[in-house]
Ligand binder design. Structure first.
Ligand SMILES: Nc1ncnc2c1ncn2[C@@H]1O[C@H](COP(=O)(O)OP(=O)(O)OP(=O)(O)O)[C@@H](O)[C@H]1O
Length: 280
């Protein structure tokens, strides 16, 4: 287990590139967000290198969605600075728009235009991104085929299953070939065959130099997919760095995670001595 900042290269030198070279995909400094009395994100620093498959993990309520929303220009921070591919996200309204052209987002809750068919949703997303119609058509056809949605392309999104919604959301996020892709729980509700296809698509995408940042609760998935991990708990970053360094000497990422978030030794149901006994 490696605590936060143990990876010396992560934050790099002042204002410069990280020690492994190049502009990071995401650089976050002193990021804060509170909702009333609840501090959701408690002054975090985060550096996510470009070209990596990155997992953002943490227990329920850790602050992952709030952090991703601020990084992707959906939620204004109370304090702090965020740069995506070197561009300051919140410097001015124009910079938010600039950053949005470089990123793809599969948001939590899959807010989409549900009265469009899958095909129409992709056409709309592509045109919104300024792609020519013929190119949008070509890419949409390929994505629908690869993601096994061709047969449902004319069905309304409102009638899609959870897994199908994830897949069409992913297709919409990928259509303009963004530099950085942010995915909130992309594999939730997705069947194993589709999960394998999504993995393939994302691996191909990162091998071409692009960056994937995704949040997940499934440690085995993060361990098998990611080469870089950030662990969040109670609004703070508990560890960040290459997967092997965050895992350290623990037998698995799951074991390292439980240690990092302080879940070891917590009552895991022993106090529920009435549960499973004779009904009363
Ligand atoms: N709009 C909001 N209004 C009030 N509180 C909020 C709001 N959004 C998030 N919070 C609070 O901020 C904290 C962090 O929430 P967040 O959704 O970022 O966590 P998370 O790590 O994504 O959790 P999960 O894994 O359960 O999705 C929680 O305590 C949550 O209740």
């Amino acid at each position: 287990m490696v605590p936060d900042q143990a990876y010396d290269g992560a934050l790099g030198t002042e204002g410069g590139a990280p020690q492994d070279g190049g502009t990071p995909a995401v650089r976050v400094e002193g990021l804060w967000k509170r909702f009333g009395q609840q501090i959701a994100v408690n002054g975090i620093d985060l550096v996510l290198p470009a070209g990596k498959f990155i997992g953002l993990v943490g227990p329920n309520g850790a602050g992952k969605t709030t952090t991703l929303s601020m990084i992707t220009g959906l939620l204004r921070p109370d304090a702090g600075r965020i740069r995506v591919a070197g561009h300051d996200v919140w410097a001015d309204p124009e910079s938010v728009a600039q950053v949005k052209t470089r990123i793809g987002v599969l948001p939590e809750g899959l807010r989409m235009f549900e009265r469009l068919s899958g095909r129409e949703l992709l056409a709309y997303s592509g045109r919104l991104r300024g792609l020519p119609g013929a190119e949008v058509d070509k890419r949409a056809t390929q994505l629908l085929e690869v993601l096994d949605l061709a047969g449902s392309q004319h069905k309304l999104v409102v009638d899609y299953s959870t897994g199908m919604r994830k897949k069409i959301g992913l297709a919409a996020a990928l259509l303009h070939n963004p530099e950085v892709l942010f995915l909130d729980e992309p594999f939730e509700g997705v069947d194993p065959v589709s999960a394998q296809i999504i993995r393939g698509v994302l691996e191909r995408y990162t091998h071409s130099g692009a960056t994937v940042v995704f949040s997940s609760h499934v440690m085995e998935l993060v361990e098998s997919l990611c080469d870089w991990v950030a662990v969040m708990a109670a609004g703070q970053i508990r560890a960040q760095g290459p997967l092997e360094r965050v895992r350290g000497s623990a037998p698995s990422l799951q074991a390292a995670f439980l240690e990092l978030v302080g879940a070891n030794g917590r009552d895991s149901g022993e106090s529920l001595d009435w549960l499973g006994g004779p009904a009363r």
